[in-house]
Write a new protein. Sequence first.
Length: 283
Amino acid sequence: MRLIEKIDDMKTIIRMKKKEGISVGLVPTMGYLHEGHMSLVRASKRDNDFTVMSIFVNPKQFGAGEDFRRYPRDMQRDAKIAEDAGVDVIFAPCADEMYPHDFKTGIKISGVTDILCGKTRVGHFDGVATVVAKLFNIISPDRSYFGQKDAQQAAVIKSMVKDLNMDVDIVTCPIVREPDGLAMSSRNVYLSADERRAAVILSKALYEAEELIKNGERKKETVRDYIMRRIMSEKTAGVEYVEILDADSFKAVDILTGKIMVALAVRFGKTRLIDNIITEVDA
Ligand code: PAF
């Protein structure tokens, strides 16, 4: 496995691979790898001849007061995990390489960015779209892999790819969970022991809500109130949102029918966690 830090070097490797007719998969990450990232690598290796993982803590997607500085970083550990998983190249540029002092371009996506996490993390998805567009231009992947945990991020990237006619397939992979149900996230390391125990309520509430729906409940407000109550039974939990939407259009629904997504963002102390489930509801 090679570790590349310069954009020109990365482009040279990709040009050579493309000349040989080799397909390229990209797994974009901010590092501090966990099993969720590994599932993306496995999907990329299944679908492509050559897998590039980017590791870059993107300053443009963090707002003022967010966790850019304390975001967990450990390149040595990540390189070992990526190599063991069969990643061919890690692309790990520094911030100045990606955003030189005269950088002045940004991608702005409307609609899907105005809801859920976009309401409180203003500008976050523009930062994500901008860095992912740069990665697509540098690495020219045939396919790129994103986790369903960041469902809104995947929807934003799909919109960008469609609107800007980018030649890359976006593949969304299922959420990977800890044995007790907590969705894997690099941010889970921030949780204190008490918060970590309490955070299990998120997946519990989502699964219980799914059961409620399976047993015939169709009113969004009833399901939403149930989830809120369950989460608030944990004193350390601060709910930012619980929303129920059409899983494809991301439009709000009042009566649950078709493919729906239940999504939430909840704070435990200083740690903000997101999670979601998608479920098919008969009319
Ligand atoms: O999901 C992430 O880790 C990041 O948002 C991404 C897609 C790597 C862009 O910085």
